[in-house]
Design a protein around this ligand. Structure first.
Ligand code: NAI
Length: 329
């Protein structure tokens, strides 16, 4: 298949070259993301590969259908950047790569939680000014924590195993609980999990229904000194309410690999320019908040998987008009 690849990063080039041959595609790589201003680059191609930071809205999908493109493959797991009703209306089949190395994200979530429990960011900052004193660095042990996992899919289950490996008690909420995993975790209502967790670890997709699931009301009901880990999607948290919860002392700390308005901020070097987002800047100023650049996925294994699965999916579409990675009808 002739494929236009959007948002191609240099670290993906090796995998593109390897899997282009394996799946017999012809690729054209673009570093720009897919959005209304760049969609014209897909003209003349049969398939498109893109990432979660692309804007796959109605306007883009309409153009793709005008170019007679029927198959598009996200190299990301999250699909909240895609207008599925428009994709269905224009007869465009969409796939994602949700099964790629879930260890990449789950390990990062647990790393973030351990770092916050042991005040690692604070201690590293202190060592920069040769302050090796102890006051303020006393931590909590993972084995004494109850961890609440929201979303027990590929990543949530791996995270639960890792938290449990450190001795934590794991409770969970999922719209579709899994069976036969009582030895790993126990399912409860969302309310119960939010009320009874020392650490809340978010691993569900962002949908219209759970937008701002972490908000003023839900924060009020959480345990005092709760730690919040978000490696899922920024829109799950109302950032303003999270900041207020930290000011109030209700939330001990938060690790955020994602941010509700992250497009144009995360994955961009702002060293020499101002970030014109006062909410983000306020968040960044808090000493008990870790903000990382949406890179929980970013391991050699995961990057290779993401490229391979998207090209495998487009091959399946080409051969059978269906794909095992397909997310719409
Ligand atoms: P998955 O599809 O395997 O699992 C998602 C789970 O969430 C499913 O069990 C589903 O039933 C559950 N769920 C759906 N809606 C829910 C709700 N409202 N409340 C509770 N549970 C709900 O997805 P996977 O691969 O585990 O990824 C989870 C999310 O992690 C992705 O949707 C994506 O947003 C995020 N992600 C972030 C990355 C990063 O680098 N920071 C990388 C990869 C994924």
């Amino acid at each position: 298949m002739r494929i236009k690849v959007f948002a191609a990063r240099p670290d993906e080039f090796e995998a593109f070259s390897k899997y282009e041959k394996k799946y017999g595609h012809e690729l054209s790589l673009e570093s720009v993301s897919l959005k209304p201003e760049t969609v014209h680059l897909a003209k003349g191609y049969e398939g498109v590969a893109f990432l979660g930071n692309c804007t796959v809205n109605r306007e883009v999908l309409k153009k793709l259908s005008e170019y007679n493109i029927k198959y598009i493959a996200s190299r990301s797991a999250g699909v909240n950047n895609i207008d599925f009703s428009a994709a269905n209306e224009f007869g465009i089949k969409v796939s994602n790569v949700s099964a790629y190395s879930p260890n990449s994200v789950s390990e990062f979530a647990v790393l973030s939680a351990l770092s916050l429990l042991r005040n690692l960011p604070k201690s590293l900052k202190r060592s920069n000014i040769n302050d090796y004193s102890l006051p303020g660095l006393i931590g909590r042990e993972m084995r004494n924590q109850t961890v609440g996992i929201i979303g027990t899919g590929n990543i949530g289950i791996m995270a639960a195993k890792a938290y449990k490996g450190f001795g934590a008690k794991v409770i969970a909420y999922d719209l579709y609980p899994k069976e036969n995993i009582d030895d790993l975790l126990t399912y409860h209502s969302l309310d119960y999990v939010l009320k009874n967790s020392d650490i809340i670890s978010l691993h569900c997709p962002l949908t219209e229904a759970n937008h701002y699931m972490i908000n003023k009301e839900s924060i009020k009901n959480m345990k005092d000194n709760v730690v919040i880990i978000n490696t899922a999607r920024g829109g799950l948290i109302n950032t303003r309410d999270l900041i207020d919860g930290i000011y109030d002392g209700k939330i001990l700390a938060a690790a955020l690999d994602v941010y509700e308005n992250e497009v144009g901020i995360l994955h961009v070097d702002h060293k020499n320019k101002m970030i014109k987002d006062s909410l983000f800047n306020e968040l960044k100023s808090l000493s008990n908040v870790i903000v990382t650049p949406h890179y929980a996925f970013y391991t050699d294994e995961a990057v290779s998987n993401m490229v391979e699965y998207s090209l495998d999916s487009l091959k399946q579409f080409e051969k059978t008009k269906k794909s095992s990675y397909q997310v719409n009808k």
